[in-house]
Write a protein that binds this ligand. Structure first.
Ligand SMILES: [Zn+2]
Length: 122
């Protein structure tokens, strides 16, 4: 099934949702793990240790610094989802005899005009 690359990239703003849309479960999980790992590492680097009221101002500044690397990871995840969706959308090289669009032979009919395919042994 073809999936829209821009939509996949937009969904990837929510961690791993773009990959779920593409049904790339393990890859989505890997991006989620990378995001969580990055959050832990950068929280340690920038000293974000909870939001205690006394250190709220300091935590807010540290939180903003933490947000930048996490936004970079999210942007890379979105770019990955976009590239995957574009690769998946590439035509198979076999066109539907009725409408001429690319077909996915794993389903027995044209996704666009619903004509069913007959297989002929050569
Ligand atoms: Zn067709």
């Amino acid at each position: 099934m073809r999936r829209r690359p821009a939509f996949a990239a937009a969904l990837a703003v929510v961690p791993a949702l773009g990959h779920v849309y593409l049904r790339r479960w393990s890859r989505g999980l890997a991006w989620l793990a990378l995001l969580a790992g990055s959050a832990l590492v950068f929280a340690g680097v920038f000293g974000v240790d909870g939001l205690a009221p006394a250190s709220l101002g300091r935590s807010l500044a540290a939180g903003l610094r933490l947000g930048v690397p996490l936004a970079v990871v999210l942007a890379l995840s979105a770019a990955d989802a976009y590239v995957l969706a574009r690769r998946d959308a590439r035509p198979t090289g076999i066109a539907c005899p009725r409408c001429g669009r690319g077909v996915d032979l794993s389903i027995g009919f044209c996704w666009y005009c619903s004509v069913e395919f007959e297989y002929v042994d050569e």
